[in-house]
Design a protein around this ligand. Structure first.
Ligand SMILES: [Zn+2]
Length: 285
């Protein structure tokens, strides 16, 4: 009986470990959440995730949970977790897994990227168990938020009721958490769109310019063609004006000195003049 129980227990632990790996948990979480050996967990991790687990220490500080957006995500998760913890008789780790899945559903429904990893969620529950973090009721909206235990509830205002200056404007006090988170997401998207507007306009202008450039290119081609035709005409005209016989064909008269005659000079001059005209025409074209 004891042996059967152990096998069943192990099967259940493998299920839990697989679930955690699929949710992206670090190996340290699996080690803490199950009785399985490091080697078996490592093998299981590689089998399920298809890669080695990332190395490095788990975050030991509570600071991350105190920063503005992570605090809202952590609070959402912890509220779900506390609720499940009260109403459902489940293993500790299973409450974390179930609460984490519900948290993912909630943020997913709002179109928000989850900021809280399963590892951090598990860590948060540990911090709460150790009394390092707790939930404190916001004096403004009544929602429960992750805080240090020494927070005075009477004076505590949550990050949604009292967002940091950079977080956007127009948030109304007492707004529901989820609405506020959604609103924040819309604010961010609006800001992003506003940021992108000049670029989009520039892009449209560039596209229009490109169309113009295409037309200009065509026009340029036509002009270029005309220039070529004109050039050819001028060259032909220039050549027509030159003597039909080039210099080397100037008949060399066999004389003792080989001094060019007056006729030679005249022919050469005529030829050079023709050449000059062609060159001048090319330059002016
Ligand atoms: Zn509040």
């Amino acid at each position: 009986m004891a042996r059967t129980k152990r096998i069943v227990d192990e099967a259940r632990q493998i299920d839990t470990a697989v679930e955690l790996i699929q949710l992206g948990a670090r190996l340290q979480v699996l080690e803490a959440a199950t009785d399985m050996s490091y080697e078996r967990l490592l093998r299981l991790y590689k089998e399920v995730a298809g890669k080695s687990p990332s190395k490095g220490q788990l975050p030991f500080s509570t600071d991350w949970f105190m920063t503005w957006q992570p605090n809202i995500h952590a609070s959402l998760f912890l509220n779900i977790h506390e609720y499940l913890n009260k109403v459902a008789a489940m293993e500790e780790i299973d409450v974390v897994i179930k609460a984490y899945k519900l948290y993912m559903e909630q943020v997913g429904a709002q179109g928000i990227e989850p900021m809280l990893s399963i590892t951090r969620a598990w860590r948060l529950v540990k911090f709460v168990d150790n009394g390092m973090l707790t939930l404190t009721k916001c004096s403004c909206c009544g929602g429960h938020f992750v805080t240090h235990p020494h927070e005075v509830a009477r004076h505590f205002t949550c990050g949604l009721c009292n967002p940091p200056a950079r977080a956007g404007k127009g948030r109304t006090a007492g707004a529901l958490k989820r609405d506020a988170v959604a609103e924040e997401s819309i604010d961010l998207r609006t800001e992003l769109n506003a940021d992108l507007q000049p670029d989009l306009q520039a892009l449209a202008q560039t596209e229009a310019l490109a169309d113009d450039l295409d037309l200009a290119d065509e026009a340029l081609d036509i002009v270029h063609e005309r220039v070529q035709v004109k050039k050819a005409q001028r060259e032909r005209a220039a050549l027509a004006a030159t003597p039909s016989q080039p210099v080397r064909q100037i008949p060399v008269r066999k004389s003792a000195t080989l001094e060019p005659t007056r006729e030679d000079h005249a022919l050469a001059a005529k030829y050079l003049a023709g050449l000059g005209r062609v060159r001048v025409d090319q330059r002016s074209a």
